[in-house]
Design a protein around this ligand. Structure first.
Ligand SMILES: Nc1ncnc2c1ncn2[C@@H]1O[C@H](COP(=O)(O)OP(=O)(O)OP(=O)(O)O)[C@@H](O)[C@H]1O
Ligand SMILES: [Mg+2]
Length: 384
């Protein structure tokens, strides 16, 4: 049986049957992936609801590349093309000779791979999942013992770069951009949870895995790689198994039980980082302020303290009601009890609404406050 990195209960399965359009991984599709020395078998199909809407198709769209092609694209993986390095290996910027397309090439650590079969199933899964808020897999290379993944290039780097590793001259993220990023990232997660069946649990949602395109359009990356991590390297296994410290839901950390609600917790941590500009874990801060959720929890209880939680980089330029509403959403997501956390679809509704309320720092406050809509009233009372 092919190994599909998904688990959990499918909400999608319980929803209305009429409009569903499923895309299912079958044996024929598995056999399309080349090169492979072994036949893959798949008894546990992954399907995607409304696949055609997001550009998916029944055929595997990922291209195959030789190692030489990718080495040429990335100038022999010279240091100048290095974009960054993560737990799976190094990421290089390259230009494909055949199409002139600029791409990001992830060269997976060779000692960390679980095997060709898993790599190929991962490629297959990534090439079936298509959404405007997921980084697109263009192709892959399985040449000799080399394993590389070729992704669309995201020109603005990661959310982490813009929140925490700000380089000189980089524009600070304003309130509207922050809400746009939060809403888009939530939509990507909603697709993984609600459109894929069984749901794909991300497991490693964090700022460095939210990449930004033109106009700060956010896309989730690494959503199919979670189980490709090394087995021999102890530190790394712990991040793979437990997610990344600071983002990991308490029940997952304690019992190892993974549900889609663990992703909602991690999303809440990311949203808190977006609002406060603080890191999920920051050992340079005083004890009591090092863990973002622990720092925020008592402040959530006192509305008067909300302005203290806004990122100082915003220099006060945010809508007070919007800040309150965004914090209310974050607070719900990081609740200790998984069943009290909202489903991601409701988070998407709330954040899409917030992102649509454009804040103009130069606008004068109009005399008289406009009447609140029902949705606003629900949001500010903490009910979504
Ligand atoms: N498609 C891409 N386009 C542009 N830059 C990218 C792309 N993918 C990754 N990067 C850059 O490479 C860096 C390393 O990415 P990578 O996913 O390997 O590690 P990470 O996200 O920091 O950690 P982890 O391995 O835990 O996911 C990212 O922080 C990002 O700056
Ligand atoms: Mg990553």
């Amino acid at each position: 049986m092919a190994w599909i990195p998904c688990s959990g209960i499918s909400r999608a399965n319980n929803s209305k049957k009429k409009t569903k359009k499923w895309m299912i991984i079958n044996q024929k599709q598995l056999d399309q992936i080349k090169p492979t020395s072994e036949k893959l078998e798949c008894n546990s199909p992954l399907s995607v609801k409304d696949a055609s809407k997001h550009g998916g198709s029944d055929n595997i769209s990922a291209l195959t590349f030789t190692f030489r092609e990718l080495a040429t694209a990335a100038k022999n993986f010279r240091a100048e093309t290095l974009l960054g390095e993560g737990g799976f290996g190094r990421v290089y910027k390259g230009r494909l000779e055949s199409t002139n397309q600029v791409v990001a090439i992830k060269q997976l650590n060779r000692n960390g791979l679980q095997g060709n079969r898993e790599f190929l199933v991962e490629v297959l899964m990534l090439s079936l999942l298509h959404h405007p808020n997921l980084v697109n897999l263009i192709g892959y290379c399985a040449d000799g013992d080399q394993r590389l993944l070729v992704y669309e290039y995201m020109p603005l780097g990661s959310l982490e770069d813009h929140l925490h590793d700000i380089s000189p001259g980089m524009k600070r993220l304003d309130w509207n951009t922050r809400m746009k990023i939060a809403a888009g990232a939530a939509k990507g997660l909603e697709y993984l949870h609600d459109k894929a069946s069984p749901p794909v649990i991300y497991r490693d949602l964090k700022c460095s895995n939210i990449l930004l395109g033109e106009g700060y359009h956010p896309k989730l990356s690494d959503f199919g790689l979670a189980k490709l991590g090394p087995v021999g390297d102890h530190t790394h296994v712990s991040t793979r198994v437990m997610g990344t410290y600071g983002y990991c839901a308490p029940e997952y950390a304690m019992t190892g039980q993974l549900t889609i609600k663990s992703d909602v917790y991690s999303f809440g941590v990311v949203l808190l980082e977006i609002i406060t500009g603080r890191k999920a874990i920051d050992s340079s801060k005083a004890t009591g302020e090092q863990n973002l959720v622990a720092w925020a929890s008592p402040l959530f209880k006192d509305r008067k303290k909300f302005s203290q939680m806004a990122d100082p980089m915003l220099q006060g330029q945010y809508p007070p009601r919007g800040l309150y509403q965004a914090l209310a959403i974050a607070a719900m997501c990081v609740q200790e009890q998984p069943n009290l956390r909202p489903v991601i679809a409701d988070v998407v509704t709330a954040l899409t609404y917030l992102a649509s309320q454009k804040y103009d720092p130069d606008a004068q406050t109009a005399p008289g406050t406009p009447r609140r809509t029902k949705k606003e009233a629900r949001l500010s009372s903490g009910r979504i």
